[in-house]
Design a protein around this ligand. Structure first.
Ligand code: 5RP
Length: 230
């Protein structure tokens, strides 16, 4: 990406994130996403908290937990949370049907739990994430290491091309001590159907197809904001 495009994308991410934060109310329990777009939302929320807004955050990753705590946001453990009022997270791809691919940062499992617990699920993105059909971005899938080869076999039966994720020359290990595989299914005609098939695989902890888990997408493009909702 050229420097100009990169700057543009950061400006868009920040604008979308700040708009999403305006939907947070006093006393809300707020699900905090992971990634560079969610980071803008967390920073904006922290400013409001320091000016007196009362919220409790619930993090979707260790990195997000550390950031939120460092900025002074009161936090509650995800495992002890039964309800989230509003969550703000990013996405790697989205379509106008509000289906998403998430997990580029490897936080998909906790992100999915946060989204599932949330009443109002807001996704914030720059304009590069909008696609006609999901699937150019490979679907991240979290796999329990003991089941690795079994899960790979099952994914190949679904015509997936499986790549084990590495970071800095080592196998990437998720916050939950699992592997992430990035799976190329080609362009996905039926996200719901693929999601259901993936949900059947034992040893597959979570996949990055988020279907019916989004209330609203806020996207910034060329200084304008666009909202997608059902
Ligand atoms: C992390 C995610 C992120 O939301 C997704 O990768 C988007 O990241 P960014 O906002 O940095 O573009 O799903 O697991």
């Amino acid at each position: 990406m050229s420097v100009n495009k990169q700057n543009q994308s950061e400006i868009e991410k920040e604008a979308a994130a700040k708009t999403a934060v305006s939907f947070v109310r006093d006393n809300d329990i707020v699900g905090l996403g992971t990634g560079s777009t969610a980071k803008f939302a967390i920073e904006e929320l922290a400013k409001l908290v320091n000016n007196g807004l009362k919220i409790i955050g619930v993090a979707s990753s260790i990195k997000t937990e550390e950031l939120a705590v460092s900025l002074g946001i009161p936090m509650q453990e995800l495992g002890k949370t039964s309800h989230i009022d509003i969550s703000i997270d990013g996405a790697d791809e989205f379509s106008e049907t509000l289906d998403l691919i998430k997990g580029g940062g490897g936080a998909l499992f906790r992100e999915k739990i946060v989204a599932s617990l949330s009443k109002n699920r807001i996704i914030v993105t720059d304009s590069s994430k909008k696609v006609e059909k999901l699937g150019a971005f490979k679907v991240p899938i979290e796999v329990i290491p003991t089941a690795y080869q079994y899960v790979v076999n099952e994914l190949e039966k679904l015509n997936g091309i499986v790549n084990l994720r590495y970071k800095e020359g080592k196998i990437f290990i998720s916050d939950n001590n699992n592997y992430i595989v990035d799976v190329d299914f080609g362009l996905i005609d039926k996200p719901q159907k693929l999601s259901e098939s993936l949900n059947q695989i034992d040893g597959l902890l979570a996949h990055g197809l988020f279907v019916s888990l989004t209330s609203k997408i806020i996207m910034a493009k060329d200084g304008q904001l666009f909202t997608f909702s059902k």
